[in-house]
Design a binder for this molecule. Sequence first.
Ligand SMILES: Cc1cc2nc3c(=O)[nH]c(=O)nc-3n(C[C@H](O)[C@H](O)[C@H](O)COP(=O)(O)OP(=O)(O)OC[C@H]3O[C@@H](n4cnc5c(N)ncnc54)[C@H](O)[C@@H]3O)c2cc1C
Length: 486
Amino acid sequence: MKIAACIKRVPTTEAQAKVGADGKSLDAAGFQYMASFYDEIAVEEAIKTKEKLGGDVTVITLGPQDASKELREFIARGADAGAILVDPAWHARDARSTAKALAKKIGALAAELVFVGRVATDRDNAAVGPMLATYLGWACVTEVVSIDITAGKGVAKRETEHGVETLEFALPAVITCNKGLNEPRRPNLKGIMAAKSKPIVEEPAEAVANQAVVEKVELPPARKAGRIVGGARSSPDATARDVARVVRDQKATAFLAAATATGKDLAPRVAADLDVTLLSDCTGFEAQGGGFRVVRPWLAGKAIATLSTQAAVLCATTRPNAFAIAELAGTAEILEVPASDDGKAIVTSVAPKPGGKLDVKEAPVVVSGGRGLKGPEHFKLIEDLAAAFGNAATGASRAVVDAGWRPHAEQVGQTGKTVAPQLYIAVGISGAIQHLAGMRTSKVIVAINKDADAPIFKIADFGIVGDAFEIVPALAKAVQEVKAHK
Ligand SMILES: Cc1cc2nc3c(=O)[nH]c(=O)nc-3n(C[C@H](O)[C@H](O)[C@H](O)COP(=O)(O)OP(=O)(O)OC[C@H]3O[C@@H](n4cnc5c(N)ncnc54)[C@H](O)[C@@H]3O)c2cc1C
């Protein structure tokens, strides 16, 4: 079987944002690059599938000529060949033009199965996989945490804000890979030596017109100094087609979805079906002439970009909690449209989150715990504080997720989820740059840490220096009392 894995070269997670001289790009001078975190999982799954079913794996990237370093590394791990779709202006590509160029290459390769990471850690779009599948006319399953492929078909589980969905699909298919799917292997010496003679082709990436235009890039305003105080049958591709049909029929000028796992699964397919650009993770909108101007974070919130589009339909996802719910005086007509039943990937079951737990991306309050809690048994403190609020989700740092104390669905950060709740409480979390990247746009940040020099205090609006084991129960009690008197 011909298998492909698509990877994106991104700045390392330590990269600091600096606006370029043109004011429309980031200054890449100091950037070191790496393959995006989830792409490593995608390549591993491609190699594992080849080992199980036979065939060969080609790793493809759209980027600069010197991306061969990353491709060689994946070949050393077990891929058979590499391809660079060369575009010196790769930074400026939007998801649609990347997906179109990749679709052309994958068509030429006659691949049947394509693995991509669930999201690239620089732009947080999560759009190339579903757009690619839509352009190819293939099945697509996103955010996959387990998969079993046998002759011509597969079953996969995907993680969403509602729980775990199981889908059945037929090949050809695009799979977007989430953490937990596998543990990427490291290359050994034999692989490194063998990789030197394996082919990496370079060819120009197809140019695509009507991209979103970057008008402006700026750094987010610094936060003000803080204070220290004491199951039904459903199919994602059929739903996307139905939505695109309604957008066309209604001659809608905009289609918006939340940038949650569900919205990120749907919006890229709708945009590709309508063949318009997709603007992801927006935090502001404004009509401009015949088109729209949007504002969105880049590089995990370290820079803010303003983009404009003259596309016939504005297709965008909005960052959860970034917009206040408006009181509208008007009324809206509700259309009932029949749902299609001919999807390429079908949801066969949904295991809801236990006890209807809120997802970190959606909850107005997030209480997160880190390694300072010393062990999984002490997360009861975090759960009790979240329960006291009544509308809070529990989150975690990567250190505790990697240690197996908490599920990956709770991980906040650059390689976890990006959250923007009204209130974020970080307990026993040091505030590493990768964690801050996932929660810095929260409205109010409270940090509890026994180390007064912990970096989390630089971003916190309110800090409590002290032992979490004393402070958190007292805080939970105080919240309960305030709630009882409301
Ligand atoms: C490529 C890459 C991607 C990454 N992605 C992410 C990501 O998405 N999300 C993420 O979180 N991290 C990510 N990391 C990891 C990140 O660099 C940190 O290692 C991690 O965030 C640290 O987790 P922590 O704050 O829980 O642990 P630590 O750094 O060990 O901090 C524990 C804190 O607890 C405090 N503490 C200890 N005891 C107590 C107590 N009794 N009461 C109060 N405070 C106490 C300590 O003072 C300390 O500040 C990534 C790293 C890399 C290299």
